[in-house]
Design a protein around this ligand. Structure first.
Ligand code: 0A1
Ligand code: ZN
Length: 877
């Protein structure tokens, strides 16, 4: 096979021909669906006359082709594995094609496929080319008319984008519906759904008084699980009107839940298709975290209607234009309706663990990549989350009101167009009058900037001198790095008063919480009139996506944990303090020395437990130790066993020293109220469950009893799952096994709960877990063809069970590679994502490095999809 070749941003040209209107007819059949396409084409005004017409197409059997009604002879066009070229075409013309495709054979879940017997589509990024011959690129925007023909009994519901305009019966017990979408769109936003679905309906009146019908379509057994998604949708619609002035633009908005889906959800115009895990909830089947995830994803997809659909991307290098902005929007939405500090803590915590790791690994890339082999590999944390951090910095740089004016200008100026990241940032520059050209470096430079900071207080002159030095480590393909513009929000907390001190910089009074701008490699900031010696509180709210090192002493951190006025940095001080203690314990474990718990951490926790929290959700976060993955991120070389042992030791030491406090906390937050996924209840539940985790670290009779009672009380999935996890992860198999069995039998009919059942078992720290993973792969509820199952069982094992995945005999790696090799044929997109843990081999000891590389090489020896090829090549480069 020839090696797949990269495509480059610098090669961008407008398409030779554009499509103004697309008329599709689908005659649905599992093995032989017929797709007729009529495309209204015209030469692009910026391209020269006489160019051939090039259309993308994969796995299509061409049955007919005609231009302006004239069938083409075989020598008038050329078919390849990737598309169709018509050598000579007029300036403006109609192209008719008919192709045959086989949805039931489609295990890649791109294009038209079947899930539980229903038909659905996934066209982003390049799935439409598996449906019909088309210029499958986002800068070709057309209005669509779609007619669906199907069996009336088995496919009573036929959905597509826009509004239904015609329907009727056809001979042979078939029927049809025609949909018309008046908004020009790129083909990646096309969708169809056909099946035996039921709907839940509601309404929303927009700010200009238009009535919109809202529908959520599900299989009958899921009818009771849509309330939360519907409520979230209505909130998101109202929020986008109030916050961004954006109104919905069709009379109908539909969401469909499907079981087999590669990602979370998809923003197809007027017809969002969701992974059932991202839309269905019920107090007995979904945890608080799942409820919040659904709320966030429903909002995210809805917000795309403007940031993505009305204004879309010129090419896929601009993916973060829609994703970074939309993630920023959904983060702000969730922060507004929940605990804002906790939302930020959760997002940053995840970001620093997972995106930093991506940035430090062989697949690191800029937020706007300049080349790729397979765009499906670029739906990454860098494009999404780092992209959102950049938009957040922009918003903070120009201020919310100016940002909003920039957003209005962007939507107004580029409505109906496919544009670039420059267009977006340009609007912000225009309304703010700021020169943001330097800021653009954030989009093109990969890697996480590292800032080394130190400070000194001058008692005689009452000055505080802060020196910041930035450096971005080299990343693949990008050795040379430049200084970025890094906004650093900070305060100086007086050691005597415990208060934020007024900040004066270069004679200018900045208030007590301010942003300074690091633009050079090294810069000194001298704050004057600083009345007392301060501890600096730096990078408040994580004001830039960087690593910041400051030589804090443990007393400094304990002080900030108590006094910092910024809730985020108070939490971060606690994390930093725990990390320092963990460092010592990791070293002790490696050296075979007895582990001794740092009393300052115990005292800090005692203080937290004695405090009367104004935000229980923040307290729960503060009592949570950094994850093994985050601890690993801080180590020069990852020692999974030492990290696991050290963290366990801290947990047990805290539990032993503060057992009564944790018990009290548990009891105090045990309210027996009817479940609601609302912030106050969620906060109390997380506090209670954090307390239970510490108590279970001791595994004494009382703790086991509490966990068992919480499990059997069966009050809601958050409590049940947490208790079950603690039992299954304990050494008490006599209790764990019956609980696991009972849970598995009770929920055997519910795929989303079975996903949780899989995940709970494969995160067990006990060494028997690898056998269990293999055993569960043969379980009737497991299927390699279902991405949720693969993620729940294999992804969770490899990503979260660090001690067992990294077993020294290499069996964890081997298992993952075996699955990747099989999935490479079935579902390349999922296969490529699943490899991630193996690509991080540089971070481990030599023995593990060799084992991991050995498995990557074993994968490379296969006949690979472009997706897997690209990841493996980078990992072994
Ligand atoms: N645009 C979607 C993400 C998405 C991307 C690709 C997909 O299939 C391969 C599906 C969804 C979003 O940001 O939600
Ligand atoms: Zn998105």
């Amino acid at each position: 096979m020839s090696e797949p070749q990269p495509i480059h941003l610098s090669d961008y040209r407008p398409p030779a021909y554009r499509v103004t209107r697309t008329e599709l007819t689908f005659d649905l059949d599992p093995a032989a669906t017929r797709v007729k396409a009529r495309l209204h084409l015209e030469r692009h005004p910026e391209r020269e006359p006489g160019l051939p017409l090039e259309l993308d197409g994969e796995q299509l059997a061409l049955k007919a082709i005609a231009i302006d009604g004239q069938p083409l002879d075989a020598d008038e066009y050329r078919l390849t594995a990737n598309g169709l070229t018509v050598h000579r075409v007029p300036e403006a013309f109609l192209l008719d094609t008919e192709v045959e495709i086989a949805p039931k054979e489609n295990t890649a879940l791109e294009g038209l496929y079947q899930s539980n017997g229903m038909y659905c589509t996934q066209c982003e990024a390049e799935g439409f080319r598996r449906i019909t011959f088309y210029p499958d690129r986002p800068d070709v925007m057309a209005t669509f008319s779609t007619t669906l023909i199907g069996d009336a009994a088995s496919l009573p519901v036929l959905l597509s984008n826009g509004n239904p305009v015609e329907s009727g019966d056809l001979p042979g017990d078939r029927h049809f519906v025609t949909w018309e979408d008046p908004h020009p769109k790129p083909c990646y936003l096309f969708a169809l759904v056909a099946g035996d679905l039921k709907r839940v309906e509601d309404r929303f009146t927009t700010m200009s008084g238009r009535e919109v019908a809202l529908q959520i379509w599900v299989e009958e057994e899921n009818l009771g699980k849509t309330d939360h998604a519907m409520a979230s949708l209505k909130r998101a619609m109202a929020w986008d009107e109030q916050t961004y002035g954006r109104e919905y633009d069709l009379d109908l908005f539909m969401i469909v839940a499907v079981n087999d889906f590669n990602m979370g959800a998809m923003e197809n115009k007027g017809l969002n298709i969701f992974n059932s895990a991202a839309v269905l909830t019920h107090p007995h089947t979904a945890t608080d975290a799942a409820f919040q995830r659904v709320e966030g994803i429903v909002a995210h997809e809805y917000f795309h209607n403007w940031s993505g659909n009305r204004v879309t991307c010129r090419d896929w290098f601009q993916l973060s234009l829609k994703e970074g902005f939309t993630v920023f929007r959904d983060q702000c939405f969730s922060a507004d309706i929940n605990s804002a500090p906790v939302k930020r803590i959760e997002d940053v915590s995840f970001f620093r663990t997972a995106q930093f790791a991506e940035d430090a690994g062989p697949t690191a890339h800029p937020v706007r990549p300049d080349h790729y082999i397979e765009i499906g590999n670029f739906y990454t944390l860098t494009i999404y989350e780092k992209g959102a951090e950049i938009v957040r910095m922009l918003c903070n740089l120009v201020g919310w009101e100016t940002f909003r004016r920039g957003s209005d200008l962007y939507f107004e100026r580029f409505d109906g167009q496919a544009v670039t990241i420059e267009d977006f940032v340009g609007c912000m520059g225009e309304v703010s009058g700021q020169d943001l050209s330097r800021f653009m470096l954030w989009y093109s430079q990969a890697g996480t900037p590292e800032i080394d900071a130190h400070g000194e207080y001058d008692y005689t002159h009452c000055e505080y001198r802060l020196v910041l030095r930035q450096r971005t480590p080299a990343t693949p393909d990008q050795v040379e790095k430049h200084a970025l513009h890094i906004p650093i929000r900070l305060g100086l907390v007086g050691t005597k008063s415990g208060r934020d001190l007024p900040l004066t910089l270069d004679g200018e009074a900045l208030g007590s919480d301010a942003v300074i701008h690091l633009r050079e490699e090294e810069q000194e900031f001298v704050f004057t009139d600083v009345a007392e010696a301060p501890v600096p509180s730096l990078l408040r709210g994580f004001s830039a996506p960087v690593k910041l090192r400051f030589p804090y002493g443990r007393e400094d951190l304990a002080f900030l944990l108590q006094h910092d006025s910024d809730g985020f940095n108070r939490w971060d001080a606690g994390q930093r303090l725990a990390l320092l203690a963990l460092d010592d314990l990791i070293a002790a474990h490696r050296n075979g020395v007895e582990k001794v718990m740092d009393p300052r951490v115990v005292e800090a926790f005692r203080g937290l437990l004695a405090s009367d929290p104004d935000d229980k959700a923040v307290l729960a976060e503060m009592l949570t130790l950094p994850s093994e993955a985050y601890i690993a991120e801080q180590q020069p070389l990852v020692d999974v066993d030492a990290i696991h042992a050290a963290r366990d030791f801290v947990k047990q030491s805290l539990a032993a020293a503060l057992r009564d406090d944790f018990l009290r906390l548990y009891e105090a937050n045990r309210a027996d109220v009817a479940y609601a996924p609302e912030p106050e209840q969620i906060a109390a539940r997380s506090l209670k469950n954090v307390a239970l985790s510490y108590l279970m670290a001791l595994e004494d009779e009382q703790a086991i009893e509490l966990a068992r009672d919480q499990f059997t009380a069966d009050h809601n999935m958050t409590d049940v799952r947490h208790a079950l996890t603690l039992l299954v992860h304990s050494r008490r198999d006599d209790i764990a096994e019956p609980a696991l069995k009972a849970f598995g039998e009770k929920w055997a009919h519910d795929p989303l709960v079975m996903d949780q059942w899989f995940s709970i078992q494969v995160t067990r720290p006990q060494p028997d877990v690898l056998e269990r993973v293999k055993f569960l792969m043969a379980h009737p509820a497991f299927s390699l063809k279902n991405p949720n199952k693969v993620r729940a069982l294999i992804g969770t094992f490899a990503g979260q069970n660090r001690v067992n995945f990294h077993r020294l005999d290499g069996e964890g790696y081997r298992l993952l590679a075996d699955v990747v090799i099989e999935l490479n044929r079935l579902n390349p997109e999922i296969a490529a994502r699943l490899i991630t843990p193996l690509t991080r081999w540089q971070r481990f000891d030599e023995t593990r490095q060799a084992l991991m590389k050995g498995e990557l090489e074993r994968i490379r020896a296969e006949e690979l999809s472009p997706n897997v090829y690209e990841v493996v090549e980078k990992a072994l480069a």
